[in-house]
Design a protein around this ligand. Structure first.
Ligand code: AP5
Ligand code: MG
Ligand code: ZN
Length: 216
């Protein structure tokens, strides 16, 4: 199965993606996670990408497409995957279509998590992420068992730099201009499934699951 998880920043893409890839045995490919991981390792790619990410801007199409291409074609081609946060522009979507052509494959579904701007702000302000494994928590909605410590790996939790108010605003603006057109792009190809992202963690998951069961 080949899936895309789309939705505005803070919609819950990463949270749902982690659960789905576990249950459906898919590789989780998150461009945001890949950039943050590379930054933590102080690689030049990560350091460069963070210059854009910090202020809420997109990393260039060229760099982003290249890291996805490498990931999809490494270890003799990924067969079952979920892409979280890619594509984010029409140009990236076209590049992905070309990659899938080469793989003689195609997408099964694009899941769009729908949430309002107000909900997004509450979610981002309270989000905390693990500095080691990238797991995501929320101070009110999903607190860790021990304050500031990751339940799964014991890593210290931190607040992402791009969750500052000004960056969040940029991310939302850019989402509307550059990424929202992808909704029409995938709808016109009959691939788009919208789910209500304002439900509980489990409520959203059940909606996504219903979509995936319907594909089989
Ligand atoms: P990326 O990491 O993809 O960030 P994003 O799209 O802004 O999305 P987030 O990770 O912030 O939110 P999410 O939807 O995953 O929500 P989460 O599950 O954490 O990208 C970061 C940056 O990298 C970009 O801004 C860009 O600069 C660059 N980049 C990445 N991909 C790129 C590309 N393709 N091209 C160019 N640049 C690229 O949930 C949020 C919070 O809400 C959490 O605290 C969670 O616990 C809570 N929550 C989730 N669901 C619920 C629920 N149902 N109820 C209550 N709380 C909930
Ligand atoms: Mg995420
Ligand atoms: Zn962790």
């Amino acid at each position: 199965m080949k899936l895309l998880m789309m939705g505005p920043p803070g919609a819950g893409k990463g949270t749902q993606a982690k659960k789905i890839v576990g249950d459906y045995h898919l590789s989780n490919i998150s461009t945001g996670e890949m950039f943050r991981d590379s930054y933590r390792k102080k690689e030049s790619l990560g350091l460069l990408a963070m210059e854009f990410i910090r202020d809420g801007h997109l990393v260039s199409d060229e760099i982003t497409i290249e890291i996805v291409r490498r990931r999809l074609f490494e270890s003799n081609k990924e067969k079952n995957f979920l892409l979280d946060g890619f594509p984010r522009t029409i140009f990236q979507a076209e590049a992905l279509a070309d990659m899938l052509d080469v793989m003689q494959s195609s997408l099964d579904a694009v899941i769009q998590i729908v949430v309002s701007d107000d909900v997004i702000l509450t979610r981002m302000v309270g989000r905390r992420s693990c500095s080691i494994c990238g797991a995501t928590y929320h101070l009110d909605f999903k607190p860790p068992k021990v304050e500031n410590v990751c339940d799964s790996c014991g890593g210290v939790l931190y607040q992402r730099e791009d969750d500052k108010r000004e960056s969040v605003k940029n991310r939302l603006d850019i989402y509307k201009i550059k990424t929202q057109p992808l909704i029409e792009y995938y709808k016109s190809r009959g691939l788009l499934y919208e789910v209500d992202g304002e439900k509980s963690f489990e409520g959203v998951y059940q909606e996504i699951k219903a979509v995936l069961e319907g594909l089989a």
